[in-house]
Ligand binder design. Sequence first.
Ligand code: HEM
Length: 210
Amino acid sequence: MAVSGAVLVLYLFAHMIGNLKIFVGQADFDHYAHWLRELGAPVLPHQWGLWMVRIGLTVAVIAHIVSATILAVRARKARPVKYAHRPKVQGSYAARTMRWGGVIILLFVIYHILDLTTGTVHPDFAHGEVYNNVVADFAPERWYVTLFYVVSVVAVGFHLRHGIWSAVRTLGQQSARGQRIARAVALAVSVVLTAGFLSVPFAVMTGLVG
Ligand code: HEM
């Protein structure tokens, strides 16, 4: 769970930083998208590097979902009789939001790929014109798409906050100081990623990018 999650967090950082290139300008942003397709050149042929990243990510997502299922089954076996009074402790609340948060994020990623990678559900998609595709996506009349993106990115933020905290507990030391550090790191990473991702739709909405 922790290792596959760490791979996905690294991808999110790379993706968020790449997205911020939209503030540099249209030519730079489109050039960056073009560069992604030449990742590993000249050693690797066109799109091979990108496909290696895609395969790595798919493996990480599957490993993450499989480990979550194994952990959930193990937790249920450890407590076959349900609690008569289920106290509203942090643990059960976090577990519930992790499961539903994970489902929302998975649905978002599927929609997001059909939207901005393949253009299947995008109203005005053009291959290679990534800047225009993003600007058209967050147009004022498509406020519901922007809202879906904002809700999903916030869901990613909450998921990361609890996920990173658990991962550091799994992989790191569990002293009181270690836990304080884990909590602070989890909060900082999730706030930075959430703010970075949200800055793009907000910039388009306010006309800063367009
Ligand atoms: C507002 C926030 C976001 C924006 C503006 C955005 C923008 C984009 C764009 C423009 C692409 C296509 C890039 C290209 O074809 O060169 C893309 C691809 C992708 N994004 Fe995002 N993204 C956002 C948030 C996210 C989040 C939160 C996740 C994951 C939870 C994510 C995961 C992906 C994935 C998996 C791809 C497909 C990469 C591929 O296979 O080519 N994105 N994104």
